[in-house]
Design a protein around this ligand. Sequence first.
Ligand code: ADP
Ligand code: ZN
Length: 554
Amino acid sequence: MEFALKEFFGYSTFRPYQKEIIETILEGKDSLVVMATGSGKSLCYQVPPLIVKKTAVVISPLLSLMQDQVMALRQQGIKAEHLSSAQTDSSVQRRAESGQFDILYMTPEKACVISNSFWSNLLDRGICLLAVDEAHCISEWGHDFRVEYKQLCKLRSTLPNVPFVGLTATATEKVRKDIMNSLKMRDPCVTIGSFDRKNLFYGVKSFNRGALFVDELVGEVSKCVATAGSTIIYCTTIKDVQQIFESLLKAGIKAGMYNGQMGNKAREEAHRSFIRDEFDVMVATIAFGMGIDKPNIRYVIHYGCPKSLESYYQESGRCGRDGIASMCWLYYTRGDFGKADFYCGEASSESQRTAIMESFMAAQRYCMLTTCRRKFLLDYFGEKNTPDKCGLDFTLHLFLFEIFNLIESFISEMSRGKTRSQGKKENGTCDNCTISRKESDMSREAFLLISSIRSCGGNWGLNVPIDVLRGSRAKKIINAQFDKLPLHGLGKELSANWWKALAYQLISHESAMCAGYLTETIRDTFKIVSVSPKGLQFLSSSKPDDQPMLVLPV
Ligand code: ADP
Ligand code: ZN
């Protein structure tokens, strides 16, 4: 194994888990590999064929990605080829079935329609493994479900004795189970690496849509481009892509654009130019997805709340593949949260609808979080024993500080970080763990808001209970006799937006995975906010002017 690693890839040691995974494959066992982007998953299926001299079949979702990989492998002296429905040269298929390739990439469609005689011929020559890359695409619970992937279960009966390997960078427990069942894996060996991307900084800011903000964003990006390197800006609409792209060009920044409305050719060209560093910033919709194997992306910005936490993790994870400190900033507006219907429109079943809704709500909670963002992400993917706060690392701070001249508080954090983490391994951090927030006692306001939500029956969104606090005499309020409630008008000195911000904090209080004071649920695409058991306990132990302290960031 070490010989093949050195001979073909030029590396002298295996990365964590690689050796064990390769050994499992060589023993003929099925395996599921869930490891972060950049951790070296591909090597796990690329080494076995070189040792046992049998073909490795790799299912991969994207033609351009397969072509890139085939090219790279050939340069390393490995016999690689790809087969897709677009491939017209029939000699490739003939050579493939006679076992002439070490690694044979196939699209899922092709793998399902290709003749049985192809498989039996290749089996005669020897297949050492069947790898399914981006295996989360097989699950309706994943964020990137693809119908073609679902068909892959057929291959189990065609290749009963070939070890199956599913590989993905993002899979919650539900998705992992789904992958194993869908591929009919037999007692698979499951390897889950850490989801912690230690060199990444995570931060979130809310913003107001408009030209002013776009200028601000362009300013920030230009600083990054000048000092650090490539940037991706993910937008939620094509209109936003165009607006930001044009503003960047106007500011003299070399930028490219990528969205689903562009033709295949234009998209491929944009992708390649970005990889080759012909421009610094790629402004894209999430259509700019898999196969962005560029090591030096320093900055990933999300302009608008992403549609799921899985896709956020994967998209933001495209930066810092080379292990150098890099940043992931997410900008959102509350208006983004109203897009649930739009995303649910993609669902083909009720269970998929629920899945889409749930992971969109997780993304929203991530936006409003006041606690450690890294912990939230790691908890979401089921990582155990994650620390409550993430690391303070001097080099990372210095790096961030140099680029962005972040606020003054960084200076004091930096000096603290220096004494604390000297000689320690580099740890990434997040805005909530670095930027100290002003906190104040919000017990009275929280009491009023939670009471109002309960008094209104817990069957509304946030608007009605907040209108009641603000003393509204709207028809809806009068008809429901909410104007007679003792707390009607008690919160009129504060704006509706202020109350909403407080409500979001009460929903996401603590690690946000466990219940806050309020619970948000979905009923027929409407969000209903009700009081959680923890909220009820808070009410029962307090009166408006005599309650336990509830200190929240402001
Ligand atoms: P993933 O598929 O998990 O996102 P890749 O397989 O693309 O990751 O690997 C990321 C990078 O790490 C690649 O450039 C790869 O060549 C490199 N790499 C993989 N294994 C090793 C190793 N054992 N030693 C050094 N570099 C490695
Ligand atoms: Zn943190």
